[in-house]
Ligand binder design. Structure first.
Ligand SMILES: *Cc1c(COP(=O)(O)O)cnc(C)c1O
Length: 329
């Protein structure tokens, strides 16, 4: 049975570093969307709580209910309003024209479009948005924005910061209790000046990515299903994409693309954590490689697989199937 091992010490170390940067655990919103980026929301949720973090962001209500007992404040990022919102949750208001579709009394954080152009209101329209929110009887608790290129800290980052600053000033004219947040992991770890009046929405840094001092917490393990000797010239797997050039002992392990691994097509060198290559194509529920014993670490650094598949660590991690057992080690 394959398994995901989560290193608790490393996770705690990462949280400590994030808290140090943010100066206070009450300034952190742990982003736990999509099963905590594939790590396992339920198994990790008690740990931030231990450090005094009581705010989390998730994708939808299903995810919110799953970890509700651990966090006082839960922000739901991608909710389609239906008039049946839970008064205990906080909902991101992504589209101002939908303001009447929420249940009266729903707590919201208004998204400001400072340049990402996925959702939210423009700064120029913020006062009109406040009016509509009040009229619909929603409870505005915060405003926030998201940077399109915090990992590059280019000109657009500073333009977006400036726009959000304007939004804060307009908000403060009308309200005196609002929460502000804009920084993600890359912004918190790379920006020179860190805002004193904001919370920080931290996703990937929790899991050890984005700064050298952070420790990757997830390792993915597969277990041996069977073994055999491949004679020179014999191939393994679909399409016979790998053939042995000498006698070799191979084994088949119990993880495949149905479990969330990317489908390797047998071309190029895709290596496991022990630097042995995968031999042949990845199947739906298995892959083969040189026999390395009963248990093998597929990866403990998603960047290596991300580079191979020309994607980012986020995508490698988030695809890991929720049914793979997760354990803290
Ligand atoms: C996913 C997400 C984050 C977290 O980003 P990281 O780069 O993982 O820190 C922050 N804010 C929003 C709106 C997000 O969707």
């Amino acid at each position: 049975m394959s398994v995901i091992k989560l290193n608790q010490k490393s996770y705690e170390n990462n949280l400590k570093q994030i808290i140090e940067k943010a100066e206070n655990p009450s300034k952190i919103i742990c982003v736990f969307k999509d099963n905590a980026y594939g790590h396992g929301a339920k198994i990790l949720a008690p740990i931030p709580k231990k450090f005094g973090i009581n705010f989390v962001a998730v994708k939808n209500e299903k995810e919110a209910y799953e970890i509700q007992e651990f966090f006082k404040n839960i922000l739901i990022l991608s909710h389609k309003p239906n008039g049946n919102e839970n008064p205990q949750f906080i909902y991101a208001l992504n589209e101002i024209s939908k303001v009447k579709e929420y249940k009266t009394g729903t707590k919201i954080h208004l998204k400001i479009d400072t340049g990402m152009h996925r959702n939210g209101v423009f700064v120029e329209n913020i006062e009109d948005a406040f009016f509509k929110i009040d009229k619909a009887g929603l409870i505005l608790e915060g405003i926030f924005t998201h940077f399109s290129s915090a990992d590059e800290l280019d000109g657009s980052f500073f333009i977006q910061k400036q726009k959000f600053h304007q939004a804060k000033i307009l908000a403060q004219k009308k309200y005196d209790h609002l929460i502000f947040h804009s920084f993600n992991s890359a912004a918190l770890f790379r920006a020179q000046d860190i805002p004193k009046d904001e919370l920080f929405r931290i996703g990937i840094a929790q899991f050890g990515y984005g700064d050298e001092k952070l420790e990757k917490i997830l390792s993915l393990y597969a277990h041996k299903l069977s073994e055999r000797i491949l004679e020179s010239g014999q191939s393994v797997g679909y399409g016979r994409s790998f053939s042995a050039y000498e006698k070799i002992k191979i084994a088949t392990y119990d993880l495949g693309y149905a479990d969330g691994l990317f489908r390797y097509n047998g071309k190029g060198d895709l290596a496991l954590a022990n630097h042995k290559n995968i031999l042949g194509k990845i199947s739906m529920d298995s892959f083969s490689c040189e026999d390395c014993g009963e248990e093998i670490c597929v990866f403990n650094d998603a960047n290596l697989w991300a580079d191979f598949f020309n994607t980012i660590s986020y995508e490698i991690l988030v695809k890991l199937h929720p049914d793979i057992p997760r354990i803290l080690v």
